[in-house]
Ligand binder design. Sequence first.
Ligand code: ATP
Length: 759
Amino acid sequence: MMHLKHLSISGFKSFAKKSELEFSSPITAIVGPNGSGKSNVAEAFRFVLGEQSIKSMRGKRGEDLIWGGTDQVARGNRASVTVTLANGERTFPVDFDEVIIERTVHRDGQNEYSINGSKVRLKDVQEVLAAANIGPTGHHIISQGEADRILTAGQRERREMIEDALGLKVYQFKKGEAEKKLKKTKENIERVASLRREVAPHLKFLEKQVKKIERSVELREQLTQFYAEYLRREDVYIAHHHDRLTAERKEPAKLLEQLKEQLIAAKDTLAKAEKDEKREALVAAENALSTARASKSDLVRQAGQLEGQIDFLVRRIEAEKVRNKQQSEHPIPYKDVAEISSRIEREVEKALKSDDATTLKRSLSDIVHTIKKFLARATEQDIHTTAEEERELEKLQTEKKKTDEQLTKAEETEKEAQQKYDAVREAIEAEASESRAAEREVFRIVSEERECESTLARIDNELQGLERDRNEFKRELQEAVALIGRGAAEYFKVAVVADGAEVGPETMVSEDREQQRGRRRELERMKVRLEELGGANDDVLKEYKDVKERDEFLVREITDLEESVAKLEALIKELNDQLNEQFTSGIDKIASEFNRFFVLMFGGGSADLLRVKPKVKKKTEQEDELGETVEVETEEEDEEAQEGIEIDVKLPNKRVRGLDMLSGGERALTSIALIFAMSQVNPPLFVILDETDAALDEANSRRYGDMIEALAKNSQLILITHNRETMSRAGILYGVTMAGDGVSKLLSVKLEDAVAVAK
Ligand code: ATP
C-alpha cells in the first residue's frame, strides 16, 4: 500500500547538507518555523519527479535550486534529490522491488537523471512515473497557497487538472502524439503530391513519346510482315510468268526463223522465174512491208522502255513530294542557325551604336533581308532535288511523245505497205493460175509471219512489263532493307497466309494483278505513317520507365500515407470517445464526492461540478436603430470545443451561491473539499499538502483532520503544517530548523515537541 519510502535531499536549496526522510507511516507531517525550509522539501519532491518549471519551485534558473551559500557554509556545485519508491507490486515498469529515482542539477543548468543507479533521460523517468499516474502537472503536490488554484483556474485549466487527477493524461498524451503524427503525415502527403505534380507534365510528355514509339514498333512489325508478303508474292509472280513467257516465246520465235528462211527461198524462186512485172511488184511490196514492220517493232519496244522510265520517275517524284510535305518542319543544321543568329546580332549591335534614324532604318531592312535570304536558301535544296527529277521526266516525256509520233507514222507506213502488198496479192490471186504457186507460197509465209510476229510482240510486251516490275521489285527490296534491316531480304522464308491457310505459288501467280497493286499502295501508306511516327528511342523508353516507376512509388507512398491518416483519425476519435466517456463518468464521481466533503465541512449546503461548453466571442453585423450596420459582439457556446468545468456551491443557510461570495476560510474549505474529492476518486500514490490547513479555525481543523485520515486510507500523505490538529493525525513528524548558518536541518520529533518546534 505504501509506496513512498524515502527522500534524500542534498545541496538542494536550503538543504546544504544531506538530509533524509523516511515515510514509514501513511501520514507524515513536516513542521517548523517560518522560513526554515519546509516548502523546500515539497519542492524537492517536485524536482526529483521531473518538474521542468523552475518557477513552480520558486526559482528563475536551475542554479537557484542549488545551495547558494552563506558566510558560514560555502555554496554548492550541484543539488541532488533521490526518492525511493516501493515496487513490490510492480506498480512501476521496472524489474526491481524498489525504484530509486535521482535527479541532479549542476550550476550550468545541466540536469542528470538516473533510475536505480543507471543514467537515463528525463523521458524515461516520466514514463516510469506515468505508469502510476504521477504526471508532470503535479496535481498530487499542492504547494503553499496553491490550494485554491483549482477555484481560480479557468474552465479549461480546471478540466486539465481534473483530467490529470482522473489519470486521463495518458489519453491526452496519446492524442497529442497522434495529432502530431497526423499533421506530419498530412504534410508528407502534400509533399509527395507536390512531387508528383512536379513530374506530371514530364511524365505525360514521355507517355506520349512512348506511345508513339510503341505504335512505331508495332507498325514496323506489321510493315516487316507486309513487306515480306508483298516481296514474296512479287518474286514468285515475276519468276513464274517470266519463265512461262520465255517458254511460250520459243516456238513462235523458231517458227518465225523458219518462215524467214522460207520466205527468202520463196522469193528466190520467184526471182529465178521469168521476169514478171507483178512478181517484181510483189517482192518490192513484201520488202517494203517487212521494213515497215521491223521499224514499227523497234519503235514499239522503244516506246515501252520510255514508258517504264517515265513510270519509275513519276513514282519517285510522287513519293518525294509526300515526304517533303511531311517534313514541314524542315530541319536546318544548327551551324547555319548559329551563323545567321550571330550575323543578326552583329547588325543589331552596329545599329544600336547609331542615333541616326536613317542608319537605323537601313540596318532594320538589312536584317529583314538577311532573314528572308536565309529562309529561301534553307528550303531551296529540297526543291532542287525534285526539280532535277522533274526536268528529267519532262525530257523523257518529250522523247516519248516523239517516239509515239514516229510510231504513228510507222504504223501508217506499215498500213500503206500492207495495202500495197494486199493489192498486188489480190491482183495476182485474181489470175488464179496454177503457175502462181510460188506467189501463193509467199502469201502464206507472209501471213503466217505476221501472225507469228504479233504473237511474239504480245509476249515481248508482257515480258517488258515484267522486266519493269522486276526492276521495281529490286528497288523496293533495297528500300525494305534500308527501312527494316537485312531481315527484309529473307522474305522467301516467310509464309504467306490468307484466311488461315498458307497461300501456294499457284494462287499467287494466278491472282489478279490489281490486288498486288493495292498491297503496294498500302505499303506506301504504312511507310509514310512510320516515318511520321519516327523511330524507337531507347533513352526515351528508359527515362519513361524510370519516371513511371518513381511516380508509381509516389502513388504507393500516398496510398500508404492516406491509410495512416485514416488510422490516426480513427485512433484520435477513439481516444476522444474514451476520454470523454471516462471524463464524464469521472466527473460525476468527483462531483458526488465533492458534494459529500462539502456538506461534511460546512455541515450542509451543496456543491456540484458542471460540464459547460466554453463560450466564444463572435462578431456579427447588425443594423442599429439608424439603419447602419454595426459590429455586435455576442457570446455563444462553442460546440466544437471540449467541455470545461464550472463549480457551483451553495452554503447552508445562505441565499447566494457561487464562488465569488465565499470568505477566505470558506474558499479554503471548498478547495480542500474538491482536492480531496479528486484524490478520492482516483487515489494518487501520495499527496503532498503544503499548509493547505492554514486558514482553518479549530472546528474546521478537526473536520480537516478527519478527512485527512479518510484520505490516508488510499494515499500516502505528507503534510507541511503549523496546525496542531493536523500534527496530531500524523504517524511521523519531522521538524525543520534553520540556525544562523542558513542551513535547514531535519530531525524526527514527537508530537509533544512538535508544537514547540513549529514555533
Ligand atoms: P513558511 O513556514 O513561512 O512557509 P518554510 O519553512 O516553508 O516557511 P521555505 O520557503 O521552504 O520555508 O524556505 C525558504 C528558505 O529557504 C529561505 O530562508 C530561503 O533563503 C532558503 N533558500 C531558498 N533557496 C535557497 C538556496 N538556493 N540556497 C540557500 N537557501 C535557500
